[in-house]
Design a protein around this ligand. Structure first.
Ligand SMILES: [Zn+2]
Length: 267
C-alpha cells in the first residue's frame, strides 16, 4: 500500500524513535508529519496509493524550522507522484530547488553534507563538446560579454530527449561546492541557431548571478530583477520566438530517435 521502504508502524507510540511534529500545525489534512530520531541528513515522504494520504518523516533538525523552510518541506511533501507528472520539465527543477533550500538550512544548523554526492567535476570537461556546439566556448564568450568573466561554473550537455536545462550546486570530492549547468542535449543540433543556444546558456548563468530568494516564504526563481537582466540579451525576443515555433518539433524528433535506439538495443 505504501510506496516506500520505511516501516509502516510510523504512528505507533511504542516506537521510541518516532514522534509527531508539533512545529507544523498548518500542515493540510491528508499530510501527517513525524519526526524520526534515526534520520540525520535526509527526509522522506510516503504516499498511500489508496487514500492519497501522505506521511512526511523528518530528522529532528527539521522539527521546528523557520516558516520559509516549513513551506519548502510542505511543498516538497505534496509534489506529484505520478510518473507522468514527474517527467514534466518543471518538476525536476522545482524538486531540486526545494531540496537545495532545505539542505542549505540543515547545513546552517551544522548538519554536514552527504559524502555520497561527492564527484570529481573534471568528468564534466568531457561532456561539454557536443556535435554542433562546444558549450565551454559559448560559456566563456557569454561570461566575458555579460558577467566580466566572473561566473564560475562547469557546463555540460544533458540528455537528448529531455527539454530541461538547469543549474545546480554540487559538492566535489574535497567537500567544496561548485556550480554545474546542464543544457538539454536536444539543442546540440544544426537546426538550432546560435542566438538560441547563447540565450539558453545566458539564462542558466543568470541563475548563478541572481540566485533564487525567498519572498514571504515563497521561492522566487525568475523574479523581476532576473527577467530584467534576461532581456539585456539582444536576441531575447528572437530566441523566445524560435523556441515557441520550433522546440516542440525538435523534441519530438529527438524522442523518436531515442526510442529507435532503445528498441534496437533491446531487440
Ligand atoms: Zn530559469
Amino acid at each position: 500500500m505504501w510506496f516506500s521502504t520505511v516501516s509502516s508502524k510510523i504512528h505507533s507510540h511504542n516506537n521510541p524513535h518516532i514522534s509527531a511534529a508539533n512545529g507544523f500545525a498548518d500542515a493540510s489534512g491528508n499530510l501527517k508529519i513525524v519526526i524520526s530520531k534515526r534520520l540525520k541528513k535526509s527526509w522522506r515522504v510516503k504516499v498511500c496509493f489508496r487514500t492519497g494520504d501522505r506521511v512526511l518523516t523528518l530528522p529532528s533538525v527539521l522539527e521546528n524550522p523557520p516558516q520559509e523552510i516549513k513551506s519548502c518541506l510542505l511543498n516538497w511533501a505534496m509534489l506529484p507522484v505520478s510518473s507522468k507528472a514527474r517527467r514534466s520539465p518543471g518538476f525536476v527543477r522545482a524538486k531540486r530547488e526545494l531540496e537545495n533550500m532545505i539542505r542549505a538550512y540543515m547545513e546552517s544548523c551544522g548538519v554536514k553534507k552527504e559524502r555520497v554526492s561527492r564527484i570529481n567535476p573534471l568528468i564534466f570537461e568531457h561532456q561539454t563538446k557536443g556535435f554542433n556546439y562546444n558549450l565551454q566556448k559559448i560559456f566563456d564568450t557569454v561570461n566575458r560579454a555579460y558577467f566580466k568573466g566572473e561566473i564560475r561554473s562547469y557546463i555540460r550537455w544533458g540528455q537528448n530527449a529531455s527539454r530541461t536545462s538547469y543549474q545546480t550546486i554540487r559538492i566535489d570530492k574535497d567537500g567544496n561546492p561548485f556550480n554545474l549547468i546542464t543544457i538539454s542535449g536536444v539543442y546540440d543540433s544544426p537546426l538550432v541557431p546560435e542566438h538560441v543556444i547563447y540565450g539558453l546558456v545566458y539564462h542558466e548563468m543568470l541563475h548563478i548571478a541572481i540566485p533564487p530568494r525567498l519572498v514571504n516564504g515563497r521561492r522566487v526563481v525568475h523574479g523581476k530583477d532576473f527577467k530584467l537582466a534576461e532581456k539585456k540579451y539582444p536576441f531575447y525576443d528572437q530566441w523566445i520566438e524560435w523556441e515557441r515555433e520550433n522546440m516542440g518539433g525538435l523534441l519530438a524528433k529527438a524522442r523518436k530517435r531515442a526510442n529507435k535506439i532503445k528498441n534496437k538495443q533491446s531487440g
